[in-house]
Design a binder for this molecule. Structure first.
Ligand code: GFB
Length: 300
């Protein structure tokens, strides 16, 4: 999802010399393959968007894979970028790196100031390690390696698998299938009380381009839209967009996760960046993408 948004944006800005590999062409967990790729291609600028990602349930179920795969990917790519003279590297982390009970909105200075949310601690530790590795290359070797922390993302090419997806994709698919089956109920995980900030992936891509052009500090920088909503409000919004009018049924056996993770976006705003896609408009666009690209091929 993030990679395809970055490619769309870079191409629209006229960057023609993009070197792209998908997972089937290059497994970034394999050190030899990554070393060979970087030695051959010697990219000038590297955007590390690849990661093992997932929603709250996937993170909670597979801590080994979330820790090990992401450490392997990060260690391989960040070192190979340095060893092959990359002029700049942008590492993408996540808002889950911040403490469970960080003050809201969360400033970048909150990093490592408290205990993490248990459900995604493995992924958070991997991402914090990636930040620290970039900062170490900057300090020891003067590498221009920067780290950006996006808030919860959604958009085209998201993962719509109901077991491993994030909440927006999951609820869009659930509401669509409930409407198609003429169900009278839709199961939503948790209590509905947690609050989340959602950024369309095309807005993230525009922020990444600005950081590549204007940001050269190894200090972490947040990327978010500056407002959040409760999961209950999100579920109601998605049902309205999809046109499902049944009842929401809450499943307390599923975790709520962190109560809130609204990012302080003062730093990125000071660079002149603003998001441009309001949540409802972004959800409508993502639903239309889902209808064209996923709904037909997925049995309800
Ligand atoms: O998006 P989500 O899976 O990740 O869940 P987090 C957000 C909230 O939505 C949680 C609720 O409170 C979920 O319980 N929710 C309700 C649902 N219904 C559903 C559903 O059908 N599917 C899902 N997935 N959630 C992730 C981290 O936390 O945030 C990742 O685990 C990453 O590592 C990502 O950092 C950005 O926002 O809770």
């Amino acid at each position: 999802m993030v990679g395809s948004a970055l490619i769309r944006r870079l191409k629209s800005e006229g960057f023609a010399d993009l070197i792209v590999r998908d997972r089937s062409e290059l497994d970034l967990r394999e050190e030899f393959a990554v070393t060979k790729f970087f030695t051959e291609e010697k990219p000038t600028v590297v955007i590390l968007a690849a990661a093992k990602v997932g929603g709250i349930k996937a993170n909670n179920d597979f801590p080994v894979e979330f820790l090990l795969d992401n450490l392997r990917i990060q260690n391989n790519v960040i070192h190979a970028a340095y060893a092959n003279g990359a002029r700049k590297l942008l590492f993408l982390g996540s808002s889950c790196i911040y403490p469970k009970f960080a003050s809201q909105p969360i400033p970048e200075t909150a990093l490592l100031s408290g205990l993490l949310e248990p459900t995604n601690e493995a992924y958070a530790v991997a991402k914090i390690t990636g930040i620290k590795l970039c900062q170490a290359y900057a300090r020891e070797y003067g590498a221009n390696f920067i780290s950006a922390m996006p808030t919860n993302l959604y958009g085209p090419h998201d993962n719509f698998d109901l077991e491993t997806s994030h909440v927006v994709a999951a609820l869009l698919r659930k509401a669509h299938e409930a409407k198609t089956r003429k169900d009278r109920e839709l199961i939503v995980w948790g209590s509905g009380k947690p609050r989340r900030e959602f950024l369309h992936v095309d807005d993230l891509a525009s922020a990444c381009l600005l950081l590549l052009e204007k940001y050269d500090s190894s200090e972490v920088i947040n990327i978010g839209c500056g407002e959040d909503i409760s999961i209950r409000e999100l579920a109601q919004l998605i049902c309205d967009v999809v046109g499902f009018d049944g009842e929401l049924v809450w499943d307390p056996t599923k975790p709520d996760g962190v109560p809130r993770k609204l990012l302080d976006v003062t730093k990125v705003s000071a660079l002149g960046w603003r998001p441009s896609i309001p949540l409802r408009q972004g959800i409508v666009q993502t639903y239309n993408w889902f209808l064209k690209n996923v709904a037909r091929s997925t049995p309800a």
